[in-house]
Design a protein around this ligand. Sequence first.
Ligand SMILES: *[C@@H]1O[C@H](CO)[C@@H](O)[C@H](O)[C@H]1NC(C)=O
Ligand SMILES: *[C@@H]1O[C@H](CO)[C@@H](O)[C@H](O)[C@H]1NC(C)=O
Ligand SMILES: *[C@@H]1O[C@H](CO)[C@@H](O)[C@H](O)[C@H]1NC(C)=O
Ligand SMILES: *[C@@H]1O[C@H](CO)[C@@H](O)[C@H](O)[C@H]1NC(C)=O
Ligand SMILES: *[C@@H]1O[C@H](CO)[C@@H](O)[C@H](O)[C@H]1NC(C)=O
Ligand SMILES: *[C@@H]1O[C@H](CO)[C@@H](O)[C@H](O)[C@H]1NC(C)=O
Ligand SMILES: *[C@@H]1O[C@H](CO)[C@@H](O)[C@H](O)[C@H]1NC(C)=O
Length: 802
Amino acid sequence: MKGSTFFKTASLLSPLLFSSAQAQESFTHAGTGITFLRQQVDESQTTGGYEFGYALPGTPTGSNDEYIGYIRGAVHSGGKGWSGVSHGGGMPNSLLLVAYPNGDSVGTRFVFAGGYVAPNDYTGNATLTQFAHTVTDTYFEVIYRCQWCWIWNQNGATGQQLPTEEVQVIGWAQHMDSPPSAGQSWRLHNNGQSQFGIQPANARKTEYDDWVAKYTNGTTPTPTPSDGPTPTPTPTAPTSCVGTPAPTGSYDYIVVGAGAAGIPVADKLSESGKSVLLIEKGPPSLGRFGGTMKPDWLEGTDLTRFDVPGLCNQIWVDSAGVACSDIDQMAGCVLGGGAAVNAALWWNPTPHDWDYSWPTGWRAADMKAATDRTFKRIPGTQVPSMDGIRYKPEGFNVLATALRADGWKEISPNEVPDQKNRTFADPPYMYENGQRQGPLGSYLVTAMERKNFKLWMNTAVRRIIRDGGKATGVELDGGDGGYCGTADLNPGGRVIVSAGVFGSTKLLFRSGIGPKDQLQTVQNSVQDGPSFINETEWIDLPVGKNLNDHVNTDLVIKHPNVSFYDFYEAWSDPIPNDREMYLEKRSGILAQSAPNIGPMFWEYIPGADGIQRAIQYQSRVEPSPPATDNTSMTISQYLGTGTVSRGALSINGALNMFVSTPPYLQDKEDLAAVITSIKHLQQVISKVPGIVWEVPAANVTVEDFVNSIPKTPARRRSNHWIGSSKIGTDSGLNGGTSVVDLNTQVYGTENIHVVDASLFPGHIVTNPTSYIVVVAEHSAAKILALGSGSQAPGKQAGAVRL
Ligand SMILES: *[C@@H]1O[C@H](CO)[C@@H](O)[C@H](O)[C@H]1NC(C)=O
Ligand SMILES: *[C@@H]1O[C@H](CO)[C@@H](O)[C@H](O)[C@H]1NC(C)=O
Ligand SMILES: *[C@@H]1O[C@H](CO)[C@@H](O)[C@H](O)[C@H]1NC(C)=O
Ligand SMILES: *[C@@H]1O[C@H](CO)[C@@H](O)[C@H](O)[C@H]1NC(C)=O
Ligand SMILES: *[C@@H]1O[C@H](CO)[C@@H](O)[C@H](O)[C@H]1NC(C)=O
Ligand SMILES: *[C@@H]1O[C@H](CO)[C@@H](O)[C@H](O)[C@H]1NC(C)=O
Ligand SMILES: *[C@@H]1O[C@H](CO)[C@@H](O)[C@H](O)[C@H]1NC(C)=O
């Protein structure tokens, strides 16, 4: 089966509402006479500028799988640089073309990445023929024919974006250095990247065949060239587990994934005296657990990049060995998961969030005890620096002045969690003693002290081994120094899947639990097909549906009081005084999250549909494109509680996970809330005359601005993914929307649970880490109450446990 069709792009954009700044124009290239539909990206977004254009055959014919392209990229000193195009919009799971100056000629390479990791050479049939090129000291141009470029297949990772929809989403990126030589790895690009929507209908040219004929010396283009494209070298046999044999042993509970949910669940289960195995796919993160990844200035200390608050943004610069390699969004595959790599914001949950979307037994009153237990262990602090000083507060002060003037109230958010309407705060963090702690520094520490608790790192789990609805253990998939073989459950034992929204969905799919089409993709995969659970045992549940994320819209302002602190430079070359303050006293700006976050502020927008939608604004001192000033602040608007739009996750033949339906702004009241709230913010900002709006610019309407941003993960994500194994009483086995019952047990099984952000029925006001820990506390109590003694046959969640 052809697993992954790319999402329907037409629904992602409202082309008629494009601001003029984004529209493409018709451009005839002087050297070749070919007319392209061209997008220009100016200097403010990428040094040296960038242009992409394309022409399509006059009418769609054959597989409709080619175009004539035009790239004009920047050349940096020494004739270096490269310029890339993504044929699917995003970087992961898309055919990527990289072009670069090479002396007087222009080189090209097709590459492909399964996640936010360095790409490999593409092995599919895409074929590039150069028509013309130019190289100068400052730019290069290449005009080329790209055949078999809109449908791709990298060892089973299939995808496509044919020019048949109203809009295609194209991605670009530029880098200031040359591409790696053969055998070397790609470095993360450093000269801008983004996406734009383009309308294929405007690129169709009746002269297309003539241009092709002219530049291929009269050879008539055919859908299949006579000598054939390079065939896809399809792997023919599964690769076997790399690692050492797992120690023999069996456990009462096996928890898969040591993140914000898996760690507290495993700790609470082990507190009962039962034996618990916690399995983490990634390596250690914090120094106290054996982590080693660090910049030079931390050598000789027991600190790593994960311990130091001021280095938390490094994942966006260097994610090698940290980001998951099998999902198309940025996520931490290290001990602690997201809680090891995020900005550590730590919120006492807003009670309305539980009451609004959660089922009986999971409402605010029910969650109170778990919340109290969580905050006793992880109180959080609004002043992470150990000397009690808040460093570089100018950005907070400027916006706070405006918010106060407009009547918004400053609060201590964790003392009054219900006050989220026209309020603001300096945010609380899960830092303690100037270092990252959170679930790692609390629950994992107590768990590790118990003899009945085991933690395995660097070990992936391939699938749950089950006999009908009863799990008997898990099959391991090794890794760097990890284990192969199986880990078994004791009679009456339980498996808890806590691998995060993407990881848990994948593990359930590979265990034969999920929608039929997704399970068929696994069944047809080279890696899992031959050993996949028999179709007669599949459990058909809506796993991967109900996907949601905060809708992010980035706004930019500037004010002369504000100045940028270079947290990125602090990686390689910290300001000596700041380094010493941190190393000696755990004080100073490096004890605060990058890049200088705050204020956070909130409001609810009543919708015409009667729903109150929650908006959180998260400010930081850092410009976002196209703004570049060092007095700029980005204000990310997150639309949360009350959103109606939902998306979906899918798996492809290479067993990589991807967002197949983006969850952003499909609903008109979701869209209206975003627009209305930005207008409120404009009113707030107007209270301080010295603040200048940079994005959206003064001459662009809020409506045009919001509608011009593609509704793709790359442009809209907050990386607060939730919802893919919804908790509820309407069992998906009977056509309902829920995957797990009120005890977090997967319907149709008797001992398989999901405990992580996958459970969330709907979105919440704030950043989710604290909610995930509270859910884990509450879930652990529910799971313990079920007991781990032998179950009577037939006691399946679908049958009795509501
Ligand atoms: C090229 O590869 C794609 C993706 O695997 C496939 O759909 C298409 O048929 C191939 N085209 C040719 C001409 O082989
Ligand atoms: C077309 O022919 C010219 C002259 O023979 C040659 O230099 C050029 O490389 C050819 N182009 C293609 C695309 O085959
Ligand atoms: C800007 O800084 C000056 C000098 O510290 C201060 O008086 C003023 O209130 C600040 N303005 C805002 C809007 O924060
Ligand atoms: C799956 O199970 C059915 C019914 O027991 C059996 O007929 C079939 O051969 C099995 N298929 C495989 C691939 O084992
Ligand atoms: C939030 O405040 C606005 C404006 O005062 C009001 O219209 C709305 O109903 C309030 N919403 C909630 C949930 O309190
Ligand atoms: C901010 O930018 C200006 C102009 O480019 C420069 O002169 C100034 O040194 C920069 N300030 C900081 C703190 O980087
Ligand atoms: C807005 O103004 C800028 C210059 O200030 C200009 O470049 C841009 O084209 C204008 N945009 C619109 C939509 O008028």
